[in-house]
Design a protein around this ligand. Structure first.
Ligand code: SF4
Length: 272
């Protein structure tokens, strides 16, 4: 029999609601984080602990905003001039609506220059043909996977051009093709599932466009083939593990190399 003493508190109730919603819908980033460290997932998506934006994240989101504007203008067939791209960059850099950024003294100006040099390099080297109209830009899509006993998959594709899914990344080191194909597999397979559900056909392949923050910035493009049946199976098994973990409220820490960049390090040390 339920008693008042057994009823969940408002905090517990809202946590239940949040977990239920996470159970119904999943994205590649949520799934990846859950499989990397369930406690970090809990801090970020269940407790929703707010942390200052890191300089690296700010630089990455600014570059991303510029490439999105540039591709949208191409889609509208009204390409931006380099001057307009630069103005977009400055506006995006000044935008701190997602919260303040914790800069070290002198760091902001150096990062601002690096970010612009990345955009400039990418556009000057013509890594995406400016003449060809994109199939889609920054499109938010979902796939209902109930027939597989799985949650609804959601995601945003940066760019689709000539049937290729293109994803932008900023990084401080040159990526290794095979390693990057492995480390981004959840994201790539998720995008392929989303693409197929929304177009009714297979993608021609996936391209990872890494903008590398070196003294002399460079762009590394990794071409990956269309998702295989085995990769889809791996993704679906990973989603099943996600569902089971949420059902059990299995939010344990997974200490490892990735902890060095974890914003919840102090909270994690308090966990027992
Ligand atoms: S410090 Fe490591 S183990 Fe702890 S929450 Fe962060 S990623 Fe997980």
């Amino acid at each position: 029999m339920n008693t008042l003493a057994e009823a969940p508190t408002p905090t517990e109730r809202s946590e239940q609601d949040i977990i239920r919603a996470l159970h119904d819908t999943v994205s590649a980033s949520r799934l990846s984080l859950f499989l990397q460290c369930r406690l970090k997932f809990y801090f970020r998506y269940v407790l929703k602990l707010q942390k200052p934006k890191t300089p690296s994240l700010h630089l990455g989101s600014t570059v991303h905003a510029v490439l999105k504007a540039w591709n949208k203008a191409r889609w509208l067939q009204q390409p931006l001039t380099l001057k307009e791209v630069h103005a977009t960059y400055l506006n995006a850099w000044a935008d701190t609506t997602e919260g303040p950024v914790e800069w070290e003294p002198g760091e902001e100006e150096a990062d601002k220059t690096t970010g612009w040099r990345l955009c400039d390099t990418y556009l000057r080297e013509h890594h995406v043909s400016a003449e060809i109209k994109p199939d889609a830009v920054e499109v938010s899509i979902e796939a209902d996977l109930r027939e597989h006993g799985l949650p609804r998959l959601i995601g945003i594709l940066d760019l689709v051009q000539q049937g290729h899914i293109i994803d932008y990344k900023t990084t401080s080191s040159t990526p290794h093709a095979e390693k990057v194909a492995h480390s981004t597999e959840i994201q790539i397979s998720s995008y392929a599932v989303l693409y197929r559900h929304n177009t009714g056909r297979n993608e021609n392949g996936v391209q990872l466009h890494h903008l590398v923050k070196l003294k002399n910035p460079k762009v590394v493009i990794t071409q990956l083939p269309a998702m295989t049946a085995a990769q889809q199976t791996r993704l679906f098994r990973q989603m099943e593990a996600y569902l089971k973990g949420l059902q059990r409220r299995d939010f344990i820490p997974s200490p490892g190399m990735h902890c060095s960049s974890c914003e919840f390090f102090n909270e994690c040390r308090q966990w027992h």
